[in-house]
Design a protein around this ligand. Structure first.
Ligand code: C2E
Ligand code: MG
Ligand code: MG
Length: 688
């Protein structure tokens, strides 16, 4: 500690030492002068000592003596004053020293005094506590030796600078603990000046910021990496992609591709096996993609292939969230490389893996955006890769699509359509049209299929142009809720108005999106209750493709719907790949033969045979059969021969609005009296 105060209070102690030296000289002088004068006074005042007889001489001597005595007195007073001043400085110094001792000994920061050679002349006890070395060990090693090799040059440079300029700067570096681990220090240095004003030593104050650094790193990791898979997140990916775009602008031979990878049916895995299993699947996919990305054969092989030069390109795999992954592959040879990568991804994912005792096989839809596009913004590349991915999903999943500009304009059109559909809902632009379903025996209308039409300022838009977009965007849910409500009210009205002997039925279509709604049955029940509709008069049409997409789930949903008392139809039968065995197990009442068969049956014997088999099959399963798309009388004759009782088609009527439908009914049925209404209500609502 004495060392410390000596060095740290160096400049002031030097000042004091100088003063102390002059003080001793002054004291010496004072004593000498006092002695001489005392001797003089004594010699002139000792009795018997003879002085010259000159009276003026004797007087001058006395005055001299008095004067000198006064001088000595003043001098002594001055000396006492100086002494007191030095005493005060000494006391202050002692206090400072004590304060310094207190600060350095107890400071959490490590304080050291080092000389030009980097040797520590003093180090505070915090050194021992933080780094684990004893005071001797610290004293015997150069401070530079303990600094991380990668940081040494920087530290030396900063210390050189401090010696040269007399100004130290803030520095961060790593230092080795005795146990070999590393601590991060934040250091500031202050110079100690020598007598000539040159920097002799440096006082270094080191703060241990290891924990703060760790926290900062964690925060940074959290900001740029995905917790579940440890892959870069969207922000980091966008950053790297932006750099790749900049490089592609600088180097004409630099090509990159972004692959937007989306796991097919992930929601189904997540819903059925639980979120834990979902997470496990995501981790497994991430690890397979990661392995794929680091695979030499896959990337370098592809890059070097043909071009004859191995690539130094970087590649990044990221998880922006959900079941999506992004891959940035740099330095591609040509566009086909990205397709090969996508193929490798597909192969890698194809191997089953076990999750919660289930063998899982995942597939992915991949959208590719290639650097050939004139992009400047990373987000634009991602948008286009995503559009391509959606195209891959729409065209059958487990596929790969490369973005082209047509896709972009399609996507823009699609966005416009969705926004128009939302506005149309708000402004009530949708109308319900009704197409009669007739008995093929006598062409009598037994019910209607309710179909949507979009009344736009320039004319009517057909469902083929908007139902798919409405379904995928979820707009269909509200659209069909309104349609069902309107249709139920219309049905009540017709059943009351016409004397048909039995109530009419109304068919409404259920789309894929609606079918996946967990509360579909509840929603329908609510509308039936509100409109006081007999459930058996309502037929829900679900296409064969929707029911067969997930047969297990379909069986459950169909049973829930059936429990409401409504009747169920399989729409567009023949267009999908129905498992007849499954079909038998579904609680379905009606089979609607798709119009593509009906339209061909009178021209193509093979199609004729298919329709005959479908009718026979439906009858065997106890279902009613409706033939869709009847346009010619020949078709009616054939269908009747086959035993098909019901039909729908332009031959009878196109879908028309409620007023025109009512005219059709009027042409066939008498308007009911009060008693007939009750009779009609009591009758069953089945089709046949
Ligand atoms: P779908 O359920 O199979 O409806 C029958 C479609 O066949 C209707 O087309 C109808 O106009 C048409 N059609 C009927 N007879 C003939 C015929 O003789 N010749 C020809 N060429 N076509 C005939 P639309 O109204 O254009 O509806 C097409 C599809 O859109 C419907 O097929 C249905 O799946 C869906 N859709 C229509 N409206 C709605 C709705 O409000 N909600 C839902 N979920 N789907 C709807
Ligand atoms: Mg239908
Ligand atoms: Mg149909």
């Amino acid at each position: 500690m004495r060392e410390a105060s000596r060095y740290l209070a160096c400049s002031s102690s030097k000042r004091v030492a100088l003063k102390e030296g002059s003080e001793w000289r002054l004291w010496g002088l004072a004593i000498a002068v006092t002695l001489v004068l005392t001797f003089g006074i004594i010699s002139v005042t000792i009795p018997g000592l003879r002085l010259p007889n000159d009276p003026t001489y004797s007087l001058t001597l006395k005055e001299w003596v008095r004067g000198l005595a006064a001088l000595v007195l003043l001098f002594d007073i001055y000396m006492v004053y100086q002494h007191l001043r030095f005493e005060r400085i000494r006391r202050e110094l002692a206090e400072r020293k004590q304060l310094f001792e207190l600060i350095t000994e107890n400071a959490a920061d490590m304080i050291a005094v080092i000389n030009r050679e980097g040797r520590r002349l003093y180090n505070s006890p915090a050194y021992g506590k933080i780094l684990g070395y004893s005071a001797e060990e610290l004293a015997s090693t150069s401070s530079i030796e303990q600094i991380h090799p990668d940081d040494r040059a920087r530290v030396l440079e900063a210390s050189e600078k401090a010696y040269l300029t007399g100004r130290g700067e803030r520095l961060e570096y790593r230092i080795r603990r005795k146990d070999g681990s590393w601590r991060v220090l934040e250091s500031t240095s202050n110079p100690i000046l020598g007598e000539k004003g040159n920097v002799e030593k440096l006082v270094i104050v080191n703060r241990d910021i290891t924990e703060r650094k760790r926290a900062e790193e964690l925060l940074e990791r959290h900001a740029f990496y995905d917790d579940l898979t440890d892959l870069p997140n969207r922000s980091l990916f966008v950053d790297r992609l932006q750099q790749a775009i900049a490089r592609s602008h600088r180097r004409s031979d630099f090509r990159f591709a972004v692959l937007f990878i989306d796991i097919d049916e992930f929601k189904m895995f997540n819903d059925s096996l639980g979120q834990d299993a979902g997470d496990q699947i995501l981790r497994e996919v991430a690890s397979r993609l990661k392995k794929g990305l680091s695979d030499h054969d896959m990337l370098c092989g592809i890059r070097a292939n043909g071009s004859g030069r191995p690539s130094s390109g970087e590649s990044t795999l990221a998880r922006p969230g959900g079941d999506e992954f992004l891959m940035l592959v740099e330095d591609l040879r040509d566009a086909s490389d990205s397709l090969r990568i996508s193929e490798v991804i597909r192969e890698r994912l194809a191997h089953p893996f076990e999750v919660k005792g289930n063998d899982i096989v995942v597939s992915a839809s991949v959208g590719i955006a290639l650097s050939a596009g004139a992009w400047t913004q990373a987000t634009d590349v991602l948008r286009d890769a995503e559009i391509a991915m959606y195209r891959a999903k729409q065209t059958g999943k487990a596929r790969c699509e490369v973005f082209d500009s047509a896709m972009h304009s399609d996507a823009i059109k699609r966005l416009q359509l969705e926004s128009d559909l939302r506005r149309a809902l708000q402004q009530d632009e949708f109308r319900v049209y009704y197409q009669p379903i007739v008995s093929l025996e006598n062409s009598q209308i037994i019910g209607f299929e309710a179909l949507s039409r979009w009344q736009r300022p320039y004319g009517i838009v057909m469902p083929g142009e908007f139902i798919k977009a409405a379904d995928e965007s979820g707009i269909i849910l509200e659209l069909n809720r309104r349609l069902l409500k309107d249709a139920c009210k219309q049905l009540q009205h017709w059943n009351q108005q016409f004397q048909a002997g039995r109530p009419f039925v109304i068919s409404v279509n259920i789309t894929a999106k609606q079918f996946t709604q967990p509360d579909l049955a509840h929603q329908i029940a609510e509308i039936l209750n509100q409109t006081r509709t007999d459930p058996s008069c309502i037929h829900l049409e679900i296409t064969e493709n929707v029911t067969m997409a997930d047969p297990e789930r379909s069986a459950t949903v169909l049973s829930q719907l059936k429990a409401l008392g409504v009747r169920l139809s399989i729409d567009d039968f023949g267009t999908g790949y129905s498992s007849l065995c499954r079909l038998q197990k579904f609680p379905v009442d009606v089979m609607k033969i798709d119009q593509t068969f009906v339209s061909e049956m009178d021209r193509d014997p093979e199609t004729h045979e298919i329709v005959r088999i479908i009718v026979m099959l439906a009858k065997n399963l106890g279902m009613e059969v409706v033939a869709e798309g009847i346009e010619r009388p020949d078709q009616v004759a054939m269908l009747r021969q086959m035993g098909c009782q019901l039909g729908q088609g332009y031959l009878f009527s196109k879908p028309v609005d409620a007023a025109s439908s009512e005219l059709l009914l009027r042409s066939q049925y008498p308007v009911a009296g009060v008693g007939d209404v009750a009779l009609a209500a009591a009758a069953s609502c089945s089709l046949g």
